[in-house]
Design a binder for this molecule. Structure first.
Ligand SMILES: Cc1cc2nc3c(=O)[nH]c(=O)nc-3n(C[C@H](O)[C@H](O)[C@H](O)COP(=O)(O)OP(=O)(O)OC[C@H]3O[C@@H](n4cnc5c(N)ncnc54)[C@H](O)[C@@H]3O)c2cc1C
Length: 382
C-alpha cells in the first residue's frame, strides 16, 4: 500500500521482499470501510469486487445455541461509510495491488539482513550479499521485523496465549447446503461463533463462493512452537470446539487440513523511526486479530505516512514525527480493543473505527496541534 500511494505521489519506491514470488497461498482477510476506502481511492474497486465478497449480513451468534447476538444488514453500513466490508483471499488482494505498481517495483528474493547510514543515504544489505541504497527505508516487514530489531535491538514478540486455526477448503466439500444449515437466508454473511474465551469465524472467501475460510481465536497455554505457523491435526480443532453448534461441527468435519498460528503482540514501541528509517504495520504495532484491523492499520499507516512524506518536502525526520503523532492514539486504541475480543459481538456502532479516512484525517504535530490539514489534503488527494 505504501508503495502504491508513493507512486501516486510521484516517488519511485522499491519493495524488497524475501519471498521468491507472490503466491495464492495463506488465508482470508476482512477489509472494513476504513481500508476499502483507500483501495477505492486507488481505483481498485472493480477488480476487488470481482474476486472478493461484500457480505450482506454481519452475524454474531452464541457458540452453542446459535442464538443471534447481533445481526446487521451490511449495506446500511456501506451507505453510511461510503465503502463496504470486503472479504478476500490474501493472495487475490496482493495480486491486484501488485499489478497496479510500476513494473519492477517489487524485487523478490531480497531478505533484509542489515541497514547502515552512509553518505546521506540508507544502505540495505540482503542475505544474498547484495546491497541497495535508498533515501528512506519503510520497515513494513511484519511482526518479526528485522528493521524493528535494527532500530531497537533484538526482542522477540510476545506470545498472547492464543492461537488461530486457519483453513481454506473448496465449498463443494460441504455438500448441497453450503455454509447455511438454516436454508439460504444468510448465504452471504460472515458467521462469528462466539464463546467466552474462543471463537470461530466462517465465511465464503470469493465472489464465486467456491472457497470457505475458517479462522479462530483459541486459547493455547501450551504453545511451544515458536513464532511461525505449523500444520495441525483436525482432531485438535475438533476438541477445542467441542460442544459448538452443529453448523460449526459440520464445517470442521468437512475441512481436510488446517494450520495453527501463534497470535503475537508487542508492547508499544518507544520510537517508530530513527534517521531515515521508519516502521509501519505489524513491525510497529502488531495486535491480536480480533477486530480484523491489523492490515487495516498497516494500510492506514501507509496512507498517512505517504501524506506526511509529501508534505515535509525532504525533511524525513519531520515527516516521520508527524506520522507517529498522527497515528499513535488510533493504533493504540485499536490494539487495546482488538486484544479484548468483544468488537461487534453485541449491537454496537463501529463509526469511530470504520468512519476514519486516512486520506483526509487531520495530521497532528508532536505537540498535539493540528497541522495544516488543507495543504496535506491537497497534496495527497491531487
Ligand atoms: C489469524 C489472523 C487473522 C487476521 N485477520 C485479519 C483481517 O481479517 N483483517 C486485517 O486487516 N488484518 C488481519 N490480520 C492481521 C494482518 O494479517 C496483519 O496485521 C497484516 O498482515 C500486517 O501487515 P504488514 O504489512 O505490517 O506485515 P505482513 O503482512 O506480515 O508483511 C510483511 C512482509 O515482509 C516480508 N518480510 C519479512 N521479513 C523480511 C525481511 N527480512 N526481508 C524482506 N522481506 C521481509 C514478509 O515476507 C511479508 O511479505 C490477521 C492476522 C492473523 C494472525
Amino acid at each position: 500500500m505504501a508503495a502504491l500511494l508513493l507512486e501516486r505521489l510521484g516517488y519511485s519506491p522499491t519493495i524488497y521482499e524475501q519471498a521468491p514470488q507472490l503466491a495464492r497461498i495463506g488465508a482470508g482477510i476482512n477489509l472494513y470501510p476504513n481500508t476499502t476506502r483507500i483501495l477505492w481511492w486507488l481505483g481498485l474497486e472493480k477488480k476487488l469486487r470481482a474476486v472478493g465478497l461484500a457480505p450482506e449480513t454481519w452475524l454474531s451468534r452464541e457458540w452453542d445455541t446459535g442464538r443471534v447476538y447481533f445481526s446487521q444488514p451490511q449495506l446500511e453500513w456501506e451507505k453510511a461509510y461510503g465503502a463496504p466490508h470486503m472479504i478476500l483471499h490474501r493472495g487475490d488482494l496482493q495480486a491486484i495491488m501488485s499489478e497496479n505498481l510500476h513494473p519492477n517495483t517489487i524485487q523478490f528474493n531480497k531478505c533484509l539482513a542489515g541497514l547502515d547510514e552512509t553518505d546521506g543515504l540508507q544502505r540495505l544489505t540482503f542475505q544474498d550479499g547484495t546491497t541497495a541504497d535508498a533515501d528512506i527505508v519503510i520497515g513494513a516487514d511484519g511482526v518479526n521485523s528485522v528493521v524493528r530489531d535494527i532500530l531497537l535491538g533484538p526482542e522477540p514478540p510476545i506470545y498472547t496465549g492464543f492461537v488461530a486455526y486457519r483453513a481454506i477448503f473448496p465449498t463443494k466439500l460441504l455438500g448441497d447446503r453450503g455454509l447455511a444449515s438454516d436454508g439460504c437466508k444468510f448465504w452471504s454473511d460472515d458467521r462469528h461463533w462466539a464463546h467466552e474465551d474462543r471463537h470461530m469465524i466462517i465465511y465464503y472467501l470469493t465472489s464465486a463462493r467456491d472457497e470457505v475460510y475458517i479462522v479462530t481465536g483459541s486459547p493455547d497455554p501450551n504453545w511451544t512452537g515458536g513464532l511461525l505457523p505449523v500444520e495441525v491435526e483436525m482432531s485438535e480443532i475438533k476438541t477445542c470446539y467441542e460442544g459448538f453448534h452443529d453448523e460449526v461441527q459440520r464445517v470442521i468435519d468437512a475441512c481436510p487440513k488446517a494450520t495453527k498460528w501463534p497470535l503475537l503482540t508487542r508492547n508499544p514501541l518507544p520510537l517508530w523511526s530513527r534517521g531515515r528509517v521508519v516502521l509501519l504495520g505489524d513491525a510497529c504495532h502488531p495486535m491480536k486479530p480480533h477486530m480484523g484491523q491489523g492490515a487495516g492499520m498497516a494500510m492506514e499507516d501507509a496512507a498517512v505516512l505517504a501524506r506526511c512524506i509529501a508534505a515535509a518536502g525532504g525533511d524525513y525526520a519531520g515527516a516521520f514525527e508527524l506520522y507517529r503523532a498522527s497515528r499513535i492514539e488510533r493504533v493504540n486504541r485499536v490494539q487495546k480493543l482488538s486484544n479484548i475480543n468483544i468488537w461487534l459481538r453485541y449491537p454496537s456502532d463501529p463509526t469511530w473505527c470504520w468512519g476514519y479516512d486516512a486520506l483526509t484525517a487531520p495530521l497532528m504535530s508532536a505537540s498535539g496541534v493540528v497541522a495544516d490539514v488543507r495543504a496535506f489534503k491537497e497534496t495527497a488527494m491531487a
